[in-house]
Design a protein. Structure first.
Length: 126
């Protein structure tokens, strides 16, 4: 296994990751070929990841490529795959709250995140 890979000890993690990446792709209205062009990954590799059945590891570079293509932090991807724990205070993070409460598409949530950051900076809350 390459050193720059995340190894999934259970098939559930890779399936969770694949489902999340597929959801992001569909919310953005992108085909696998469009994602492949933007991310420098092959459509067959993207398909295997989204299906969650063929791979036991994923490279850090692939995660970074997905992050850039979908304009979402790598940490959010790692949280969805179960590599990082979500907030310990029992409250959902901002993104999770918006997804659960309003069922907004990814781009709308990203726009709200940007607005939140601007407000935090303006009022010195960061």
């Amino acid at each position: 296994m390459p050193q720059n890979s995340f190894y999934f000890k259970s098939p559930a993690r890779i399936q969770r990751l694949g489902k999340y990446l597929k959801q992001l792709r569909e919310e953005l209205g992108l085909s696998m070929h469009a994602v492949a062009r933007k991310s420098d990954l092959t459509p067959s590799y993207i398909s295997k990841i989204e299906a969650g059945t063929a791979l036991k590891s994923i490279s850090v570079e692939a995660l970074i490529n997905f992050s850039g293509t979908y304009n979402i932090p790598v940490t959010a991807i790692l949280e969805e795959a179960g590599f990082l724990e979500k907030s310990n205070d029992g409250l959902p993070d901002f993104i999770t709250y918006l997804k659960i409460k309003y069922k907004l598409p990814h781009q709308a949530i990203r726009d709200l995140e940007i607005a939140k950051e601007i407000i935090e900076i303006k009022y010195n809350k960061k």
